[in-house]
Design a protein. Structure first.
Length: 127
């Protein structure tokens, strides 16, 4: 392989966000501009900067149960362990889990959807 050539060919991948930056900050995996997310865990239709289409790559339906179900089980186990260890009053538990559960589920969905989006874009040689 000639010097300076990447294994992917001549495409420039320097400066493109990784999975973590794309999932947390909503950076486009192609150009790095903000705007990957239209809602808390919904992909935008397309990137406002480069025009890359995201809507057709968005995973939907029963496949996301494989993400939500393990997160739910882990949250239930964490709640049981916390109750066993600390035994907090109900008035503390309700706001605590009311914040932790949505953040955990939305975060897991964002990472899963970003991972699948990037895999599908690489499969089509867009990335």
């Amino acid at each position: 392989m000639p010097t300076g050539e990447s294994p992917k060919g001549n495409r420039n991948t320097k400066g493109q966000p990784g999975i973590t930056q794309a999932a947390l900050f909503g950076l486009c995996p192609c150009c790095g501009a903000r705007g990957l997310w239209d809602g808390p865990a919904n992909l935008a239709d397309r990137c406002s900067a480069c025009g890359q289409e995201f809507a057709r790559f968005e995973p939907k339906g029963r496949g996301l149960y494989l993400v939500v179900l393990p997160v739910t089980v882990l949250l239930i186990l964490a709640a049981l362990k916390l109750d066993e260890a600390v035994q907090l009053p109900v008035w503390v538990l309700v706001p605590l889990w009311g914040v932790v559960v949505p953040l955990a589920v939305i975060g897991a969905l964002r990472f899963a959807k970003t991972l699948l989006l990037m895999a599908r874009l690489q499969k089509e040689n867009v990335l």
